[in-house]
Write a protein that binds this ligand. Structure first.
Ligand SMILES: NC(=O)c1ccc[n+]([C@@H]2O[C@H](COP(=O)([O-])OP(=O)(O)OC[C@H]3O[C@@H](n4cnc5c(N)ncnc54)[C@H](OP(=O)(O)O)[C@@H]3O)[C@@H](O)[C@H]2O)c1
Length: 372
């Protein structure tokens, strides 16, 4: 199992990012503090790194991501989705060895104040969105490390794909969809679900990702941003209304796409912010915030029915992604810093992903991956 041999360094080690220059990182070490009643200490077995984390950092001030795991300014702790193991507990209902999935700092361990704990997991005492405060209890029986990694990586991304697809089915039936940054994992999952319902889906992506995306088979049509800029008629969408799911958040792409769609543009859903600031899309369209939509859909459908539908969709996507998604392991501070900068500049390719296990972070020689 992944947690066997889970290392317990003497203190806590965490990767911090300079909020003024996200490419700068350092490893901060601090002594372990005794637990207060209501607190649990959890070792962080592993966490996933994608551009999603880069967006958490870019929107850290706007959407409160820096507040989830506070650090001394100018440093910030970028949240990541991870797999945790309770190592010490002063919470009724959480035993040492219990496993959870939820948001973590990029660290060796984390101490959380628990509001409520039960069979499904626990809720952290925090002001953040419900989805960011909940830690889902995991049963790891029979799961190999690769399965656990895949769950950690795919679940947080594809829950967004899942609610986007449900939202589209409810509000727009079979209206065609255009996805920007079509090579992001969340876009790929969304395309997979939409195409599975027979919805025509166009993917817009960088030229270097076109062939890979065509090979995945989840898009009806794949075009590069350059193709669209040079020839707007290359966008062969069915006449009628089109919904844009905008993962790129780029004003330039938006302008080209808006011109190509003309009167066919029915709705613009702003989901991602993958491009550097300065190229951000203007504040038009509806801002999609997954935690709110997840909460609303779970409320409407009932939590049990929502979970059952989600698990079914995840099973399908997980099996399909096994055909093309290659997971890289990162085990030390230097490699994590490099992977982080790669996530920042879009360098983690569509068919790759990074899983970090920082039990070994304390053994890294150099705590600074860029000069202070
Ligand atoms: N609003 C919400 O509630 C919500 C929920 C979940 C995810 N999201 C957002 O959805 C987006 C996708 O997340 P993900 O984790 O699925 O991403 P991902 O798989 O890591 O995305 C990788 C892709 O993003 C594009 N990209 C990333 N950084 C770039 C850069 N600096 N310059 C140019 N292109 C870059 C490239 O796609 P192309 O070449 O195809 O452009 C790249 O292949 C993120 O912005 C994330 O925060 C939002």
């Amino acid at each position: 199992m992944a947690s066997e041999g889970h290392e317990q360094p003497d203190g806590v080690e965490v990767l911090e990012t300079d909020r003024r220059d996200l490419t700068r990182t350092r490893v901060e070490r601090s002594p372990r503090q005794p637990l207060d009643p209501g607190e649990v200490r959890l070792g962080i077995d592993h966490f996933a790194l994608t551009s999603n984390n880069a967006t958490y950092a870019r929107l850290g001030d706007e959407l409160g991501y820096w507040e989830l795991f506070p650090a001394l300014p100018p440093w910030g702790r970028v949240p990541a989705w991870g797999h945790l193991v309770a190592t010490e507990s002063r919470v009724a209902g959480i035993e040492v060895g219990d496993r959870f999935h939820g948001l973590v700092p990029m660290a060796t361990e984390v101490t959380l104040s628990v509001g409520a704990a039960g069979g499904h997991g626990f809720t952290r005492v925090h002001r953040g969105a419900a989805a960011y405060r909940f830690y889902r209890r995991l049963s790891t029986d029979g799961l190999e490390e690769a399965d656990l990694w895949r769950q950690t990586l795919l679940r947080p991304l594809f829950i967004t794909s899942f609610v986007l697809d449900r939202d589209h089915a409810r509000r727009h039936a079979s209206t065609g969809v255009v996805l920007t940054s079509a090579s992001s994992r969340t876009a790929i999952g969304t395309a997979y679900l939409l195409t599975g319902r027979g919805v025509p889906v166009t993917g817009l992506t960088s030229a270097r990702h076109v062939a890979t995306l065509r090979g995945l088979g989840c898009y009806t049509q794949v075009l590069s941003y350059d193709d669209l800029a040079t020839d707007p008629t290359a966008l062969r969408v069915r006449p009628g209304e089109q919904i844009v799911c905008d993962f790129a958040g780029s004003a330039r792409i938006r302008a080209h796409l808006g011109a190509a769609l003309g009167g066919s543009l029915a709705a613009w859903i702003r989901i991602g912010d993958l491009r550097e600031s300065g190229d951000g899309a203007p504040d038009e369209g509806e801002r999609f915030f997954a935690p709110d939509v997840i909460a609303a859909q779970a409320r409407d459908l009932g939590p049990a029915a929502f979970d059952a539908e989600l698990e079914q969709a995840l099973d399908g996507i997980t099996a399909w992604s096994g055909e093309w998604l290659a997971v890289d392991a990162v085990r030390d501070a230097g490699a994590l810093g490099t992977a982080w900068r790669s996530a920042l500049d879009g360098g983690i390719g569509p068919t790759g992903a990074v899983i970090a296990t920082l039990g070994s972070l304390r053994r890294a020689d150099d705590s600074r991956s860029s000069p202070d």
